[in-house]
Write a protein that binds this ligand. Structure first.
Ligand code: EPS
Length: 413
């Protein structure tokens, strides 16, 4: 990995931390840019009371000076406002008597959460020692890291957006459709909806499904589609498994809490159709000339469809990168499922703490951040550069060479 990032922090701890290493020096950044992404992640109908408490904002800790990256690790701190209500339960050091730390002990693990497997693996008694980190609160830090990746990609004309394509089993898009026909920029349209759908006609139906689930003490999952436009041909590689960009995308997307499936382009549907209906015919743009406007990121070729979702052989094709991500329903149910109490060994109902009915709209925003991190990593791998200007020279040289190869040397080789 050329672009590395890590996060730290418990859901009700003092703060979250994101550290991003590998960004070139000279990238213009502002806290406002990152905070906008954090604010987008907090939105969405179906969230619980926690999102009314938090106002996620970053504080720079390192790697940035006078509004530009320095090339050193960028560290960002995001305080948890809810910490004030949990300081005793989440105290860093033991207290005597240990009453407060034990007060919110979780001994009735929730089916579907990391509680039980984590307690057994880490030899803990209190499920809180697991769930505080397994909480999707961690994705705040991931979105902060992804915002920097998005900022870098924006320098190269890449636009990333998402929308929700199903929630609680209600489809928000037709079965057969062309993602190329979606609005640009995508988020300007999807962010207008409380459930981030493009079809406002379906919004009310989804909202009443969420209300019904809440009333029943239940939770809902759903699917998001992420589209990245303007990604140059040639990121990733076919030569080794761990260099394939589709594999890297799928792996990182699957690491988002509660994500259970990832599809690229046509995805699973491609396995059900003949090749003639799946593979995207190649046509030429005008030789050596840009297909659209400026430098041609597709190298002078075009596809009449994009079922491959912008990737062939683990390499970007220059067509939009299209991924779908499926999230299971949240594991904390207000009408809890059967479990076993870890202290008594008796059958019990799982713990039901305050939680969300659904976080699918937020998951789309998180998936955008993850896609940005993978694509930025692919860009840095291909174009390197200690500084943004060096990276730009490398990028422009490559795109220019793609255009001229067709006109000049290829026929003579
Ligand atoms: C979560 C439970 C809820 C969610 C949380 C994830 O938090 P709390 O237990 O404080 O009510 O709101 O998500 C976030 C805090 C967030 O920022 O996304 C869980 O158990 O995973």
């Amino acid at each position: 990995m050329t672009l590395r990032f890590t996060t730290a922090g418990e859901s009700h701890g003092k703060a979250l931390v994101a550290i991003v290493e590998g960004l070139p020096a000279g990238l213009p950044v502002t806290a406002e840019w990152v905070d906008q992404e954090l604010a987008r992640r907090m939105q969405g109908y179906g969230r619980g009371a926690r999102m009314k408490i938090e106002r996620d904002r970053i504080e720079w800790l390192s790697g940035v000076r006078a509004g530009e990256t320095l090339g050193s690790p960028v560290a960002m701190l995001i305080p948890n406002r809810d910490w004030a209500n949990w300081e005793d339960v989440m105290a860093y050091e033991s207290s005597d008597p240990p009453g407060e730390i034990r007060r919110r002990r979780v001994t009735r693990p929730r089916p579907g959460h990391a509680d039980l497997a984590g307690v057994l693996k880490y030899d803990r008694i209190d499920g809180r020692d697991i769930l505080e980190r397994a909480s999707a609160r961690e994705t705040t830090a991931r979105v902060a890291a992804g915002a920097l990746a998005k900022r870098l990609l924006a320098e190269f004309g890449v636009e990333i957006g998402s929308h929700i394509i199903s929630l609680g089993g209600i489809r928000a898009v037709p079965e057969r459709r062309d993602p190329a026909a979606l609005p640009v920029p995508l988020n300007e349209s999807s962010d207008r909806s409380e459930v981030r759908v493009l079809d406002r006609g379906i919004e009310a139906e989804i909202i009443s499904r969420i209300d019904a689930a809440k009333k029943a003490g239940d939770t809902l999952g759903g699917e998001a589609e992420v589209i990245a436009r303007g990604v140059v041909v040639g990121l990733g590689s076919h030569v080794s498994w761990d260099r394939k960009l589709d594999g890297r995308l799928a792996g990182m997307l699957m690491s988002i809490p509660a994500v259970k499936g990832v599809e690229i382009g046509m995805g699973f549907e491609a396995s059900r159709r003949p090749g003639s209906e799946v593979h995207d015919p190649i046509v030429s743009g005008e030789a050596g000339k840009p297909v659209s406007g400026e430098a041609d990121i597709r190298g002078g070729f075009r596809r009449t469809s994009n079922n491959a979702g912008g990737m062939e052989g683990g390499i970007t094709t220059g067509e939009p990168v299209v991924v779908k991500v499926a999230m299971k329903p949240i594991a904390t149910l207000m009408s809890p499922l059967p479990t076993v109490d870890l202290t008594s060994g008796q059958s019990a109902k799982a713990v039901s703490e305050r939680s969300d009915v659904t976080a699918v709209p937020a998951m789309g925003v998180i998936a955008e951040a993850v896609v940005a991190l993978v694509l930025a990593d692919g860009m840095l791998e291909k174009f390197g550069g200690d500084s943004l200007s060096e990276m730009r020279r490398n990028y422009e040289g490559y795109v220019a060479a793609l255009g001229s190869r067709w006109a000049s040397d290829v026929r003579e080789r």
